[in-house]
Design a protein around this ligand. Sequence first.
Ligand code: MG
Length: 287
Amino acid sequence: MSGARSTGRVGPDGTARTPFHDCSLPDTWWRSGAGSVRLVPAPGPLGLPDSVRACLFDLDGVLTRTATVHMAAWKRTFDEFLRSHEPGAPEFSQLDYNRYVDGKPRADGVRDFLASRGITLPEGSPGDPADAATVQGIASRKNALVLQELEEHGVEVYPGSVTYLEAVKDAGLATAVVTASANGEQVISAAGFAHLIDVRVDGVVAAREGLRGKPAPDTFLAGARLLGVEPAGAVVFEDALSGVAAGRAGNFGYVVGVDRVGHADELATQGADVVVQDLSELLGAGA
Ligand SMILES: [Mg+2]
């Protein structure tokens, strides 16, 4: 059978799409009306092609609710900066987060958002104080806010994601967490599912190995390599536009877009094979 290259359940405007052509699939699966169609194998019990041997999960926004923590920290950081640097400038928005920041290494997010506002700052050095008007200083400020929030409120998981992780392990597939976060190890540990994760490629590993961040595919490729699986035998799970783009750029066997903020259409445009709002929707979706 063939599958849709991009499949959003509903668009941001709430309109439903043409149903996915396989009638054995639940009606939560839809074929996007736009874009080219790519052939993919039939999904199995995990909602993935049977050829998949490994699952590469983004962390923030896919397994844990920490994407909202990051968004809030970025917003406070950038809004304070904009108020002092460009009074009257529009505040940092969810759209800014989706387009310029989400999924990327911290300093790349700072640079890319500021560039979207026509602002260039000196790079500075990693570890610059949080009040320094440098790319690294702004990155430090944001990270301090994230760590403070996680310290105070802990890490919330998506129950559907943990259920899915357990099903993946039960099925004998290998698992990796691939995240730009430099706090990946601590977040996984605090979230309580470290026993379900075989390998981790986080911001610390990426910096040590000189891996480019998403949307470059390097970190996902490293995850597959550590698991001994070819990209074609691995699936990428991502909530960030940059992450879905990385999955497509790496020629992975399948890319699952996870829509937590109503950007299903953009995830599909970036190359998601399927878009879900919760990973549990994939369970039992196969023939
Ligand atoms: Mg994410």
